[in-house]
Design a binder for this molecule. Structure first.
Ligand code: NAP
Length: 507
């Protein structure tokens, strides 16, 4: 059944393979180039089966098979993605990707992250749908929603520092523009999939500026989409609700870290990561992949389940406008799962398990049939939305002070007194010191356990505000003579609103 040789990856090269016309009429379809990254472990065998099913469904696709991942790392390319592959991705704009191993001990980066960052794939789309024939504690609950996860910002910007030998910091970056892009995409997706509700999950009650910016940006975008029901959930409430009432969700948009956790939780509700498809979307490039990894323990044995990669390919076919192909494959896959007679070991119920090829063959045999227990969704093309509001225009800005982070092994009072002495007659006042976010000076320290990382907040006390910037340098010099400082953060007000939070206990 399988045309094994033509689909095999060619190490180091890019190969074009035009598919032959098959059973369906595709006279009006434009042939699209699709880069294929077979990936590592079970990737190549799954990819071969999936490409075959997609071809047989009548796709007009020109597959460009390229390298990325383990072999590339072993060749000494630290990004895991060679330039020829990057060129091919840039030119095709659409990628079907197998799992890429992240090397431990060699190579510098994850090839997945390289692709995501280089092509600004800012949206991770994870459809969560109860599959027919897959028994879970939630079977019969009609779970059908989409998690839209911001994919490049937040803690995953990967900006980390050891600020002292004992204290690590990671910057959580949330931008107004990044938040608007993902919020607009969530509404565009709701429109394309004929959904009615878009909810946003954040931790804005605690992270008032970062998660708060995401929430307020979502709310301003929601105001442009009043035809949809919209709302906000605290992310912890959201996790609880997802477990007790998952059928209530429709589209859920959230920040990168929240989305990472919630989308895996959601996948668990409907059968696990092994069945979960995903799309990574940017303005110019889209990468479709199964959520699972390379499953090295079963690689090369023809045992792996192709469902997740096949569903990812279905998303891809919709993305490139070949909806008929997507529908045929999706229906046949659902029918195969529902029949339950040709299933791989991970999902086989009472029947004997089959291998990847036999499962894929059963899907081919079910072309033209629909699942009996699952209603088809209707999809229209997803249009990548434009940013409308964008960054704020001119804002007034007052620099009112500075936080200086100091490494110090003593206690809070001793640090406070040494700083008071150091800044005498400087124009700055030491307004407070906090440790791990709690105010510890002046006043009672209570039960707060301190570490060698202190935030010392200085307020400018003079009338002349124009010189604060320059005076901060003088302040640092004074502090630097007696303490080791490692980080400085200006205290700014934008249009009169503080651009910083208070410490716990600070008034
Ligand atoms: P994994 O590859 O997802 O495998 C975990 C287990 O899940 C496997 O041992 C296997 O369990 C099962 N499994 C996964 N996919 C399956 C499939 N299609 N059919 C049947 N069973 C399947 O996770 P991992 O072992 O943590 O990661 C392995 C490598 O993959 C790592 O190098 C990791 O970095 C990489 N990875 C890549 C991506 C990506 O490219 N997007 C994502 C995740 C991980 P059994 O023991 O039951 O056979």
């Amino acid at each position: 059944m399988y045309r094994s040789d033509p689909y095999a990856s060619s190490p180091g090269g890019v190969r074009s393979m035009r598919t032959d016309p098959t059973s369906m009429d595709r006279a009006n379809q434009v042939t699209r180039s699709v880069v294929v990254l077979p990936g590592d472990g079970v990737g190549p065998e799954l990819m071969q089966a999936v490409m075959c099913v997609i071809d047989e469904a009548g796709a007009s696709v020109d597959w460009q098979i390229c390298d990325a991942g383990a072999t590339v790392f072993r060749d000494g390319i630290a990004s895991g993605v060679p330039d020829e592959t990057l060129d091919a991705v840039e030119s095709a704009g659409v990628v079907l990707k197998g799992p890429l191993e992240t090397p431990v001990g060699y190579g510098e980066k994850s090839a997945n992250v390289t692709l995501r960052k280089l092509f600004e794939l800012y949206a991770n789309i994870r459809p969560i749908r109860a599959l027919p024939g897959i028994a879970t504690p939630y079977s019969g609950r009609d779970i059908d929603f989409v998690v839209v996860r911001e994919n490049v910002e937040d803690l995953y910007a990967g900006i980390e520092h050891m600020q002292t030998p004992d204290v690590a910091q990671c910057l959580k970056l949330i931008s107004r523009k990044g938040s608007e892009k993902i919020a607009r995409l969530a509404f565009a997706l709701a429109r394309a999939e004929d959904r009615h509700k878009v909810e946003c999950a954040t931790k804005a009650n605690i992270l008032k500026l970062t998660e708060g910016l995401f929430k307020s940006t979502f709310e301003s975008v929601a105001a442009d989409h009043t035809q949809f029901e919209s709302g906000h959930l605290m992310v912890d409430t959201c996790a609880h609700k997802m477990v007790v009432a998952p059928e209530d969700f429709d589209v859920l948009v959230t920040t990168n870290m929240n989305g990472d956790i919630l989308s895996n939780l959601a996948a668990g509700l409907v059968g696990g990561l092994g069945l979960a498809p995903s799309a990574n979307l940017g303005r110019d490039v889209a990468i479709f992949e199964a959520v699972h990894g390379s499953a090295p323990d079963i690689a090369g044995q023809g045992l792996a389940n192709p469902t997740a990669l096949l569903l990812s390919a279905v998303l891809m076919m919709r993305h490139i406008g070949q909806h008929e192909v997507a529908d045929v494959v999706e229906n046949a896959l659902y029918r195969t799962l529902e029949d339950g007679t040709h299933l791989t070991a991970d999902i086989a119920r009472d029947a004997d398990p089959v291998g990847t090829d036999v499962f894929a063959g059963a899907v081919l045999d079910n072309f033209g049939r629909s699942a009996r227990q699952l209603e088809n969704r209707t999809y229209s093309p997803l249009r990548m939305p434009d940013v409308v509001h964008g960054p704020l225009g001119e804002v007034s800005r007052d620099l009112t002070g500075v936080d200086v982070f100091v490494e110090w092994k003593g206690n809070a009072d001793a640090l406070g007194q040494s700083l008071e002495t150091a800044i005498f007659a400087s124009g700055f006042r030491l307004s407070m010191i906090s440790n791990r976010g709690t105010k510890v000076y002046p006043g009672r320290i209570g039960y707060t356990e301190t570490v060698n990382h202190w935030r010392c907040r200085f307020a400018w006390t003079e009338r002349d505000w124009s010189c604060v910037d320059a005076e901060i340098l003088g302040l640092l010099n004074r502090i630097g003579e007696i303490h080791r400082w490692m980080h400085v953060e200006k205290l700014q007000h934008f249009d009169g609103t503080p651009g910083f939070t208070l410490a716990q206990g600070e008034t």
